[in-house]
Design a protein around this ligand. Structure first.
Ligand SMILES: Nc1ncnc2c1ncn2[C@@H]1O[C@H](COP(=O)(O)OP(=O)(O)OP(=O)(O)O)[C@@H](O)[C@H]1O
Ligand SMILES: O=C(O)c1ccc[n+]([C@@H]2O[C@H](COP(=O)([O-])O)[C@@H](O)[C@H]2O)c1
Length: 202
């Protein structure tokens, strides 16, 4: 039975914050594969702010090309409607014949998980890794997720990762304002953003 992990995100664009979290989880849990899954329509974000899926997929592919454990799946782009994680996890479990997948979130996302579709069921079929992220306090996890039964809450595994105060929002703002994005994301992605004029009009 394979041990695989999903890193879901809007990835607009993918950056070193995502990559360092994914690599840390892969190594700590001895996972065979990390599948980056760009969301077609992230449930909590409005469509007009988001770049076209093919750009986000291309950037994710470039960023992950040098890590043999990383791959990118377009599974959420092939589905209609909002990209709910519960649907993705169930589909991945069927495709890979895994018992429980690991799903990675940063602290900001996991602190809001009770607003996700079928949160309790999702947490009971997954191992959820909650990575530390600068600006968000994982110590609030127990307080925020108090309504969850204890045996479900225990499926959330907090993990300290090297702190990178990088966000896609900041990168988009920098591009729009003509500021440098060097060293915040892999060079091929930086070049792709430049060549395709992404984020200029955001
Ligand atoms: N610097 C970071 N450190 C830890 N986790 C992160 C970091 N950046 C993103 N993540 C996590 O990666 C996942 C995907 O994030 P997402 O693609 O929305 O990036 P983002 O930088 O948060 O984007 P935006 O600024 O547009 O909201 C989320 O679970 C998020 O918490
Ligand atoms: O399933 C949900 O209801 C749900 C609600 C919000 C976010 N998510 C997922 O969480 C991941 C990170 O989301 P985001 O918006 O921070 O990029 C991404 O894979 C989203 O599809 C999922």
């Amino acid at each position: 039975m394979s041990r695989i992990c999903i890193m879901g995100g809007t990835f607009d664009p993918i950056h070193y914050g995502h990559l360092v979290v994914a690599e840390e989880v892969r190594h700590q849990f001895g996972l065979e594969k990390v599948i980056f899954i760009p969301a077609a329509r992230p449930p909590h974000k409005t469509a007009k702010e988001i770049s076209k899926p093919h750009h986000r997929v291309n950037m994710a592919r470039m960023a992950t090309a040098t890590n043999k454990y990383f791959e990118v799946s377009t599974i959420e782009l092939e589905r209609e409607g909002p990209s709910y994680t519960i649907d993705t996890v169930v589909a991945i479990q069927e495709i890979y014949d895994v018992d429980k997948v690991y799903f990675i979130t940063g602290a900001d996302a996991v602190l809001e998980i009770l607003t996700w579709k079928e949160a309790e069921r999702l947490l009971s079929i997954c191992n959820f890794v909650a990575a530390t992220r600068p600006g968000y306090d994982l110590n609030k996890l127990a307080e925020n997720l108090k309504p969850l039964p204890k045996d479900v809450f225990k499926n959330i595994i907090p993990l300290e990762v090297p702190a990178l105060s990088i966000s896609s929002t900041d990168i988009r703002n920098r591009v729009r304002e003509g500021r440098s994005i060097k060293y915040l994301l892999p060079e091929p992605v930086e070049e792709y953003i430049r060549n395709n004029n992404i984020y200029q009009g955001f």
